[in-house]
Design a protein around this ligand. Structure first.
Ligand SMILES: NC(=O)c1ccc[n+]([C@@H]2O[C@H](COP(=O)([O-])OP(=O)(O)OC[C@H]3O[C@@H](n4cnc5c(N)ncnc54)[C@H](O)[C@@H]3O)[C@@H](O)[C@H]2O)c1
Length: 258
């Protein structure tokens, strides 16, 4: 199926590495021009070059999603340089693991600020140009931790659950302007950058601990950045134009919320 993304313009936050980088690359493979937004400048520029090598326009805009002026500048630059914004995939996030009773207050603030306020800043800033063109697709990257909870990830789960509630309200507000808003909710996902972290948390491939974790997934395996990126790009395309206000898990059946 042709997703019809050729010549479209997509902003991807948190795209200097990990899932976001693969989302940006997948857009480029589909012929969409991409705007890479991240706080990591060198890596972000490298991803823009990677996308350009696939034959599309790509640019990096240094953006801290917690700063509204940065996000405003991101959207203005995208419109100025690329002519419009058809899609936003908001992927930027951070997480912290540990028991809530021992989690310093500053840490919750940081997680909520990046994950939840970052999403709200980005959703707010793209709404204007999308409403003016009476069309647009917004995809927030959530987490199954925000759908069903995770004992060691309270602040992160709160932020991701907040994104889900926010996106449903935003979908209702922006629907009459032709804008879709959805959340893609990954389970544990392997990326080029998190191999070491995953091994520390759940053991290596073949280890008993990792097998125990995988047994919580209906498909008995963890996801890859490509698994998530394919669905993100689909939700950001006109092919998913009648889907809005939804939370879609891309987690191999880790959570099956009706
Ligand atoms: N990898 C997983 O197992 C997993 C599971 C569930 C959900 N997710 C979600 O998927 C998304 C991507 O995860 P990942 O594993 O690729 O993460 P990652 O840490 O590799 O990438 C996150 C990116 O966000 C950027 N970022 C952080 N703070 C920022 C800020 N203030 N402004 C702009 N950019 C900022 C980072 O620089 C980085 O490039 C996140 O939303 C994450 O919560 C990941």
């Amino acid at each position: 199926m042709d997703l019809g993304l050729k010549g479209k313009v997509a902003i991807v936050t948190g795209s200097a590495q990990g899932i976001g980088r693969v989302v940006a690359r997948t857009f480029a493979q589909e012929g969409a021009n991409v705007v890479i937004a991240d706080i990591q400048e060198d890596k972000g520029k490298a991803v823009a070059q990677e996308c350009q090598a696939l034959g599309v326009k790509a640019l990096f805009v240094r953006t801290d999603v917690t700063k509204y002026e940065d996000v405003e500048n991101l959207v203005k630059t995208a419109v100025k340089e690329m002519g419009k914004v058809d899609a936003l995939v908001h992927d930027a996030a951070t997480f912290v693991i540990g028991p809530f009773r021992r989690l310093p207050r500053d840490t919750w603030n940081k997680v909520i600020n990046i994950c939840l306020f970052g999403a709200m800043n980005c959703g707010h800033a793209v709404a204007e140009p999308m409403a003016a063109q009476k069309k647009g697709h917004i995809v927030f990257v959530g987490s199954d931790a925000g759908r069903i909870g995770d004992a060691s990830q309270t602040a992160y789960s709160a932020a991701k659950g907040g994104i889900m509630a926010f996106s449903k309200s935003l979908a209702q507000e922006l629907g009459p302007s032709g804008i879709t808003v959805n959340v893609l909710s990954p389970g544990l996902t392997l990326t080029a950058e998190n191999t070491e972290l995953m091994e520390k948390l759940i053991g290596k491939e073949g280890d008993e601990k990792r097998q125990r974790v995988c047994s919580l997934y209906a498909l008995r395996k963890l996801g890859t950045a490509e698994d998530v990126a394919n669905v993100a790009v689909f939700l950001a395309s006109d092919r998913a134009g009648h889907v809005t206000g939804q939370v879609l898990s891309v987690s191999g059946g880790y959570s099956m919320v009706g």
